[in-house]
Design a protein around this ligand. Structure first.
Ligand code: HEC
Length: 194
């Protein structure tokens, strides 16, 4: 893949992330984890260890580049990473791995950060995968990537292992590797080529 192609597909992946509602809802899915597993030591209503309060109104202080929660980068966010450490690691949270997050909670936590760590958004169900549509010549179709984000774009053809998609609002065509699309969207691209 050329560097230019790589750049545009990266850009495109960002668009896919930025334009869709997040699927993890802070209030119903993340706040309860903090309440049950962290508040004992990180809440203004109880104790504030490590100068870290995870109350809803204190959380914005933790979110941002270089902070404990880096929107879009779960795997690089200290808050998440510390929760995944082995029980004997000095930095594991909760300490000594007591009342540790379950695998499901960790996955939800990471997904929430990956989706932008929104305190207000979310709650929207992931967009249903579009059914494979016949080639509506020049028509705008829904495309879903492997992470379940959906955008609307015009199918412009296949190029090697990439699919050319034009964003109606900008008129710019992007190349997205087919492998980054859901199985349904890959099928849709192949069907549209015929
Ligand atoms: C039993 C008490 C306790 C619980 C429960 C606990 N923590 Fe902590 N946490 C601490 C202490 C004490 C520190 C300070 C450690 C230090 O500075 O060496 C700390 C520090 C941290 C830090 C580093 C803060 C910074 O900016 O330096 C993070 C991040 C963190 N905790 C996240 C969490 C999360 C997320 C949870 C819930 C899943 C949690 N903690 C649960 C006691 C706790």
């Amino acid at each position: 893949m050329s560097l230019l192609t790589m750049k545009s597909s990266l850009f495109f992946a960002l668009i896919l992330t930025a334009t869709t509602a997040s699927a993890v809802d802070f209030k119903t899915q993340i706040a309860p984890i903090f309440r049950n597993k962290c508040y004992a030591c990180h809440s203004v209503t109880k104790k504030v260890k490590g100068k870290l309060a995870l109350d809803d109104d204190k959380l914005p202080e933790q979110i941002g580049a270089g902070k404990n929660i880096i929107p879009g980068q779960g795997a690089k966010s200290t808050m998440y990473v510390n929760c995944t450490l082995p029980n004997d690691d000095a930095d594991v949270m909760p300490p000594e791995g007591k009342n540790k997050l379950t695998d499901a909670e960790l996955a939800t936590f990471k997904a929430w950060i990956d989706e932008g760590a929104s305190l207000t958004g979310g709650g929207a169900a992931p967009a249903p995968a579009p059914a494979a549509m016949p080639a509506a010549a020049g028509g705008v179709m829904k495309w879903t990537n492997t992470e379940g984000k959906t955008i609307e774009a015009e199918f412009m053809g296949l190029q090697g292992d990439g699919v050319l998609l034009k964003i109606p609002s900008t008129g710019v065509t992007h190349i997205l590797p087919l492998s980054k699309l859901s199985a349904e969207s890959q099928a849709q691209a192949k069907a549209a080529t015929k």
